[in-house]
Write a protein that binds this ligand. Structure first.
Ligand SMILES: [Zn+2]
Length: 270
């Protein structure tokens, strides 16, 4: 767990589930000889990853962006994805009941399955849960290309509990869901602004620090050219305003600011 002060708001980069995904699927059209220099795959060609949801203690609310994978997965699932289940709130003084708002960047199992236990019980009893409306529809009715990423038993319990968001919307003062599309139709990133500082939670727009360069786009993305366009757009603002970028999927939590050098985005880690 890593903690950051944002002009008085506490930002926690949590250490949730550890897992692994196929390196080829994670790097799309980038050849293995190139991505293999940045990160070493295991004997099953999987690269080590994790989920790092962002917990924000504002002046009056506790807000969680994504939940990780949660617990209670069966042996087959844990084997396929090399899952190591962990306590979402480890290292903080908070628990599920303290969370006022949950924001879902999208409903893939590695982002939001942790909202529900293996019995289908919602774990955030006191929270309003915000989900993009396209994402909710697509998660309830997946197609053959997207089905493996949506686990029905962890999505259906959310159905009557979520607040649907269309497009880009400020959820609380200073906390804005920005629909990017790309990875999925309704995929969203979240901007957290307090005073003159801001953190942008990138979710699957840029899943790890190794995906900062423009063509490093996952094969999982349903609309990869949209991802590319959004990277250009969001990077321009991130550079202009000095946003801190928070990455969700590196094995260890990573954050940094961006600058452009000879047309290429370069991350300055903090
Ligand atoms: Zn995803």
């Amino acid at each position: 767990m890593r903690k950051l002060d944002l002009n008085g708001w506490e930002i926690y980069q949590l250490d949730a589930t550890r897992f692994a995904l196929d390196g080829g699927a994670m790097f799309g059209v980038v050849p293995r000889v190139l991505w293999g220099r940045k990160i070493k795959p295991d004997e099953r060609n999987r690269i080590p990853m994790a989920t790092h949801p962002l917990l924000i203690k504002t002046d009056d609310s506790l807000v969680l962006i994504d939940t990780g994978m949660g617990t209670g997965w069966d042996e087959k699932f844990r084997d396929i994805y090399a899952v190591e289940e962990r306590d979402l709130f480890e290292g903080t003084d908070f628990g599920y009941e303290d969370v006022d708002v949950v924001i879902a960047t999208h409903l893939h199992f590695d982002h939001m399955a942790g909202a529900v236990d293996s019995e289908g019980k919602l774990l955030f009893e006191n929270a309003d849960i915000y989900v993009n409306s396209f994402e909710m529809a697509d998660a309830l009715f997946p197609h053959a290309r997207s089905r493996a990423s949506y686990v029905a038993e962890r999505i259906h319990p959310l159905r009557d509990r979520v607040v649907l968001v269309e497009g880009t919307r400020e959820i609380l003062p200073g906390i804005t869901m920005i629909q990017t599309g790309g990875h999925t139709r309704g995929h969203s990133v979240v901007l957290v602004e307090k005073g003159d500082r801001a953190v942008l939670f990138l979710a699957d727009l840029v899943p790890t620090v190794h995906h900062v360069h423009y063509p490093y786009i996952m094969a999982y993305d349903l609309y990869p050219v949209e991802t590319l366009q959004k990277k250009y757009e969001i990077y321009q603002e991130a550079v202009k305003y000095g946003w801190i970028l928070a990455f969700e999927h590196d094995r260890e939590g990573r954050m940094g600011t961006l600058y452009i050098e000879s047309g290429r985005p370069v991350l300055q880690e903090i």
